[in-house]
Write a protein that binds this ligand. Structure first.
Ligand code: NAD
Length: 430
């Protein structure tokens, strides 16, 4: 495993070619496929995305000018069932990133046993520069452009970076207007009154903390004396920070895109949250010292939760990480080179396709509730989520011990084996 990751690093250095995120996803897949002894035909099938759509569409801005935006929707694999995956609005969105995220969604759904394949969508835009009216126009036009791909039995979007329940409501409305009747099952992460699920908005952070509790139990850690550092204070990161705090863990550092704050004895989360609400950032919060996003990753702590963007823990900084457990609330925060270094150093990584699967799991609950028109209580949602996360942890942990591989490869081995079995049983059409 470590040898393979090193080879990848050497090849990248030799060719001077910086790998895009989809190449990283394929490399992780190949490493796990090797452990699994997957045949070449199956590798070719699962190593590709089935459908990739790129759309360039105009939006009229408030000042009367017109801007053209580029968006994507990618379905990696629809063999296990309808495809599922969030929509991201971010200035750095690329097709390669969306493909990687779609592939990871396939594995994520398989790790926790959901009847879905993986998909992802994104628009290259900084939504913070748009008015609400422009954001709504962009969302509605993008939805119309990708509407031939989505549907409640086909491909079901959800929120991701910079998208939220309001944006999901516009998506639901646009799709419903286009087909002529209301289709609440076309999207998850929508507002409660429109058929959203209790517990959905906290699900990613909550599932991540359930994963951390399982890891602590397996490795004999006391969370009340374990310091937590969280990178990213949005949907996933803020909930994870609050729940870690509620369990008694001192949350010593938090950051967002503008920078971070650090207090070695523990931040007051109510103060940080109020400061962020008032100023738009955690930066400058009282009773804390400033810390850069780079330095935040290497602060002394036991639990590190990357909950922002990809490629944060790399071959460059993995040797300096001081956490004993990394729980990946974000997608793709750790490169394959960093994985090998962390594994050698005994850092226990809860990989994204398991650690942040709480979001898609409660999205699945929301979809089931919408199809049955029968809502569950928050307690039912959280109890079912905990059972699924616990079961998945034990299965992945057992696989990692059995094969002597790190948790990412173990999670991938389980996920790929499941999707490969579906593919074999269904056969190749025609
Ligand atoms: P969000 O937009 O709510 O929050 C993102 C946070 O990261 C913000 O606080 C932002 O300021 C911060 N950020 C952005 N760039 C940063 C940087 N370079 N350094 C530090 N902080 C930075 O998004 P989210 O929904 O919380 O998603 C965060 C991560 O979690 C993403 O990788 C996403 O794919 C993943 N994820 C989210 C969900 C979900 O249900 N929302 C589910 C699974 C995975």
């Amino acid at each position: 495993m470590v040898l393979q990751a090193s080879r990848i690093e050497t090849e990248a250095a030799e060719t001077g070619h910086e790998r895009d995120l989809f190449e990283v996803a394929v490399e992780q897949f190949e490493i796990a496929a090797e452990v699994l002894g997957l045949d070449d035909d199956m590798r070719r099938i699962l190593g590709h995305c089935q459908k990739e759509l790129t759309v360039n569409f105009p939006v009229e801005m408030d000042d009367g000018s017109v801007q053209v935006f580029t968006g994507h929707r990618v379905q990696h694999n629809s063999v296990p069932g309808p495809t599922k995956g969030g929509i991201r609005f971010h200035q750095d969105v690329t097709l390669a990133e969306v493909k990687a995220l779609a592939m990871w969604m396939t594995w994520k759904c398989a790790v926790v046993g959901l009847p879905y394949g993986g998909a992802k969508g994104g628009v290259t835009v900084n939504p913070k520069l748009l008015s609400q009216n422009e954001l709504q126009n962009l969302t509605r036009r993008y939805t119309t452009e990708i509407s031939m791909m989505i549907g409640p039995n086909k491909d079901i979007p959800a929120p991701d970076v910079n998208t939220n329940p309001q944006i999901m409501a516009w998506l639901l409305d646009t799709y419903s207007m286009n087909v002529g009747y209301s289709v609440p099952g076309v999207v998850t992460g929508k507002p409660l009154v429109l058929g959203g699920s209790e517990g959905r908005s906290e699900a990613t952070g909550r599932g991540c903390v359930y994963a951390i509790e399982e890891a602590a139990r397996a490795r004999g850690m006391d969370l009340t004396t374990s310091r937590t550092v969280v990178q990213g204070f949005g949907n996933a990161g803020s909930v994870a920070a609050w729940l870690m705090g509620e369990m008694g863990s001192p949350v010593v550092a938090i950051s967002d895109s503008r920078g971070g704050v650090y207090n070695p004895t523990g931040l007051d989360l109510a103060t940080v949250t109020a400061h962020k609400r008032r100023t738009g950032s955690v930066v400058g919060c009282k009773d804390a010292e400033p810390v850069s996003n780079d330095d935040l990753l290497t602060l002394p702590c036991e639990i590190l939760i990357p909950a922002a963007m990809e490629n944060q823990i790399t071959g460059e900084n993995a040797g300096e990480i001081r956490a004993t457990v990394i729980a990946e609330a974000a997608n793709g925060p750790t490169t394959p080179e960093a994985d090998a270094i962390l594994f050698d150093r005994g850092v226990f990584v809860l990989p994204d396709i398991f650690a942040n699967a709480g979001g898609v799991t409660v999205s699945y609950f929301e979809w089931v509730q919408a199809l049955q028109a029968f809502p569950w209580t928050e307690q039912e949602v959280n109890d079912r989520l905990r059972r699924i996360m616990s079961r998945a942890f034990l299965a992945v942990y057992e696989t990692s011990e059995r094969h002597g591989v790190h948790m990412r490869t173990a999670a991938l081995v389980r996920a790929i084996a499941r999707v490969a079995e579906f593919t074999r049983l269904r056969g190749i059409y025609p």
